[in-house]
Ligand binder design. Structure first.
Ligand code: C5P
Length: 222
């Protein structure tokens, strides 16, 4: 039996990747974190001192960059060419610049095409902002995960603590709102709920509860 395409979209820090990883494991599906791909090219642009507003230069940089995932615990590892960037792409400098890079149409076009290749065989859980609406419009399961800003900032604070990042809660709240605003208002495939996506408000749900709900939806379609 061939696996399904499962698209999980939603705003920053809604718990998409945590849940997507669990669901992928349960069904023996591949997990693809598309945000990590946008973060990876942003990291390389910052690293090389490339102007983040220069679309042609960043597109050229991306054309010559391999972004690769490798299995790892607790999270999969991310590589740009031969450099491991798993931790580097979660740092505040990348987090606060990524929306500028992800708004560039040439970057979206190239990463969308790479993401479609990764998902082509099915058996995949892919999370991001535009997966259900743009990258995989025929995905059999589409989830749109939301949670209050206060809850998302709390979750991010906890995540950050584990990574040794000490940004205060009020700043995180502000950064999350800013990133949502930029991601929702860009011209090309902004963050939006696909018309056929199932909306899941996770504010008062545990990770397990959300994963169980999505697993149930997958089983109905399998
Ligand atoms: O999911 P994560 O928060 O790591 O994504 C980082 C950023 O990458 C988002 O804020 C957004 O600007 C961009 N992104 C996107 N489309 C996706 C996934 C992420 O534009 N499918």
């Amino acid at each position: 039996k061939q696996g399904l395409q499962v698209a999980i979209d939603g705003p920053a820090s809604a718990g998409k990747s945590t849940v997507a990883k669990i669901v992928a494991q349960r069904f023996h599906y591949i997990y693809c974190d598309t945000g990590a791909m946008y973060r990876a090219i942003t990291w390389k642009a910052l690293q090389t001192g490339t102007d983040l507003g220069d679309e042609a230069k960043i597109a050229d940089l991306l054309a010559h960059s391999e972004i690769r995932f490798e299995p790892g615990t607790p999270t999969q590892k991310v590589f740009v060419d031969d450099t491991e960037v798993t931790l580097a792409i979660r740092q505040p400098d990348v987090t606060n610049s990524v929306s500028q890079v992800s708004a560039l149409p040439a970057i979206r076009k190239e990463l969308t095409s790479r993401q479609r290749q990764i998902a082509a065989e099915g058996g995949i859980v892919m999370d991001g902002r535009d997966i259900g609406a743009t990258v995989l419009p025929n995905a059999q399961v589409k989830i749109f995960m939301v949670a209050s800003v206060a809850e998302r900032a709390q979750r991010r604070l906890k995540d950050n603590a584990a990574k040794g990042i000490t940004t205060p809660l009020a700043t995180l709240k502000h950064e999350i709102e800013e990133r949502d605003r930029k991601d929702s208002t860009r011209a090309v495939s902004p963050l939006t709920q696909a018309t056929d996506a199932i909306r899941l408000d996770t504010t008062s749900l545990s990770i397990e509860q959300v994963a169980d709900r999505i697993a149930e939806i997958i089983r109905e379609k399998e």
